[in-house]
Design a protein around this ligand. Structure first.
Ligand SMILES: N[C@@H](CCC(=O)N[C@@H](CS)C(=O)NCC(=O)O)C(=O)O
Length: 211
């Protein structure tokens, strides 16, 4: 059977979530790099996703979009290891943290938003993005203080952990992480896990050599 194809961009946080899930589930796939900075180079890829965004996963005859929907599909069809806790309350906490990152923080600091803010107010994009990461991290730190064990929710890797590394990566150059010891601790633990390492931006085939 043909390998699944992941349309991904090396620096895309949403793509990295799916890369981590695929690695944890031990699913081999073909990597199709999409240059999200070039509209011309994206033309063919647009046919796969009307929203014109990565990630897209072609798997089992399906074309799947939206990182969290893709991860839930993978978790249902390939249940080992599970990416959600069994306990209903813990499951809700894991989803809440995952959505806090993927819906509350990420969309306000992505490349398209940064570019648009720069157009309205030149060179303001980075300030905008860092403000929204900091605002989101204040809440994330509190959530993690309440629910974390070794990982974001207890001691099992969940969808919450899958969302964490890329948003910390986006923060690392411009956001002071001192007020976020719990976020930093869990990010360091995750950075030691081979499946998370394999999904890192700098290890992707389309990453610039000097990254
Ligand atoms: N909610 C979507 C967001 C996807 C998204 O924003 N992808 C970004 C990269 S992280 C992208 O393709 N940006 C290109 C653009 O907006 O032009 C998901 O979680 O998959």
């Amino acid at each position: 059977m043909a390998l699944p194809i992941l349309y991904s961009s090396w620096s895309s946080s949403c793509s990295s979530r799916v890369r981590i899930a695929l690695a944890l589930k031990k699913i081999d796939y073909e990597y199709h790099a999409v240059n999200i900075r070039s509209e011309e180079e994206q033309k063919d890829f647009f046919l796969n996703n009307p929203a014109k965004k990565v990630p897209i996963l072609k798997i089992n005859g399906l074309t799947l979009t939206e990182s969290m929907a893709i991860i839930e599909y993978l978790d249902e069809v390939y249940p080992n290891p599970p990416l959600l806790p069994k306990d209903a309350g813990e499951k809700a906490h894991a989803r809440a943290i995952a959505f806090h990152i993927s819906s509350n923080i990420q969309p306000l600091q992505n490349l398209a938003i940064c570019k648009m803010v720069d157009k309205i107010k030149p060179d303001y994009g980075i300030t905008w993005c860092n403000h929204h990461i900091t605002y989101g991290f204040d809440a994330l730190e509190e959530l993690l203080k309440k629910y974390s064990g070794k990982f974001c929710v207890g001691d099992q890797i969940t969808v919450a952990d899958i969302n964490l590394p890329s948003i910390v990566y986006n923060a690392k150059y411009n956001v002071d992480m001192t007020p976020y010891p719990t976020i930093s601790r869990i990010a360091s633990v995750l950075a030691e896990i081979p499946e998370f390492q394999a999904a890192e931006a700098s290890r992707q085939p389309d990453a610039p050599k000097d990254n």
